[in-house]
Design a protein around this ligand. Structure first.
Ligand code: AQP
Length: 351
């Protein structure tokens, strides 16, 4: 048997509430587009959600609701759960099992360099969960359980994807002799390609153009949530931080103006135009004119998604059935990978 690594996409979103425009433009829009070309597997990563304190993920009722909400967002945005696999991570045990194996491959030094851990653990690192430190290893297991070749993510996940590549390379090298014996001449795991592309790979906070828009920002005014109604969107855009200058006519003029750059970027991504084209139309405008245009556009693009999410969430049983079916299909693929890993490592297993 030889491995050619058929092209396969995997990506995930955490069910930690407040799914926002950054998640949509940085990730979900690309998930939808990739279904045309690839076999895709999209996961609601609930095991990742519990790496932060319970006060952040909100406890069991909030986790269930957020898991269904992310699933509803996937479906409302256009992910087809028949063509693609849609499931929640905790229903497929291979994610946790493969994480253990990768814990024994990844090095402490690699994980110690992860900036997301440093940011999320903050000053109280001694009190951070081991799970938060191990988050990128679980992410590597998510991807490699499906031997995924392509992973669409926002720019903030770049370092974690590099770690997943390092783990795949080290596993292939450490066990190279036995991997070859088992008939995998190209290594057992593919070295996954990050796909940091699409309309907006890093959407910034509406309150601070130097910080990324984030689910966990304490200020709800920092982000546009996918479930916000039209009035809330308009109010958040109106209150978005800006500077007193009119918009420039060329993108060079945005370089030292992070808030203006962010709003123009969001407008461009939502309208499918380049920033240059947005500035051709709006260069010279005051924010008092540009913000209402941006709010109208955001409402036009996001309201149908919010409406469809509400419709789907009214029938949680339907969402749970989709996740259950997805989990069965995902488990079949991941289980086969893990049997291969056990075989390579020498774990005895009944046939
Ligand atoms: N601001 C962003 N701009 C573009 N893409 C973004 N993503 C997140 N924020 C932005 C992308 O969304 C996908 C799912 O993210 P996640 O659920 O794994 O959470 P995260 O990356 O940790 O970011 P969040 O949503 O802001 O959560 P918190 O507040 O917990 O950090 C990923 O592909 C991510 O790149």
């Amino acid at each position: 048997m030889t491995d050619t690594f058929p092209q396969r996409v995997f990506s995930g979103v955490q069910p930690t509430g407040n799914l926002h425009l950054g998640n949509y433009l940085g990730a979900i829009v690309n998930f939808v587009a990739m279904q045309k070309t690839y076999d895709c597997i999209y996961c609601v990563v609930d095991l990742h959600a519990i790496t932060v304190p319970i006060s952040v993920w909100g406890g069991p009722a909030a986790l269930k609701q957020a898991t269904r909400e992310v699933t509803a967002a996937f479906l409302a945005a256009g992910i087809d759960p028949v063509k693609s696999i849609v499931f929640n991570q905790s229903q497929v045990s291979t994610h946790a099992e493969l994480t253990w194996v990768f814990n024994c491959v990844a090095r402490m030094g690699w994980l110690s360099r992860m900036t997301q851990f440093k940011e999320k653990a903050g000053k109280d690192r001694e009190n951070a969960s081991v799970g938060l430190f191990d988050y990128p290893v679980l992410m590597a297991a998510d991807i490699l359980a499906y031997r995924a070749t392509h992973v669409p993510v926002g720019d903030d996940q770049k370092q974690h994807l590099e770690l997943a590549r390092d783990i795949a390379i080290k596993f292939n090298n450490d066990f190279g002799e036995w991997i070859a014996e088992k008939g995998h001449p190209n290594g057992f795991f593919p070295v996954t390609e990050p796909m940091i592309t699409g309309p907006a790979t890093r959407v910034m906070s509406l309150r601070d153009g130097t910080k990324k828009m984030s689910k966990s920002d304490p200020s709800d005014y920092s982000r546009i949530n996918l479930t916000d109604d039209a009035d809330t969107i308009a109010q958040k855009v109106r209150k978005a931080k800006t500077d007193p200058e009119p918009l420039p006519s060329e993108t060079d003029g945005l370089k030292t103006r992070p808030e203006a750059d962010n709003l123009v970027g969001i407008y461009a991504a939502l309208s499918g135009l380049s920033k240059e084209a947005v500035l051709r139309d709006h260069g010279g405008s005051q924010f008092s004119a540009f913000k209402p245009a941006l709010a109208d556009l955001a409402v036009e693009k996001l309201s149908p998604i919010a409406g469809e999410m509400r419709r789907l969430l009214a029938d949680p049983g339907h969402i749970d059935r989709i996740l259950g079916d997805g989990a069965n299909r995902a488990a079949a693929v991941a289980g086969e990978t893990f049997r291969g890993v056990k075989d390579i490592l020498g774990f005895l297993q009944s046939r």
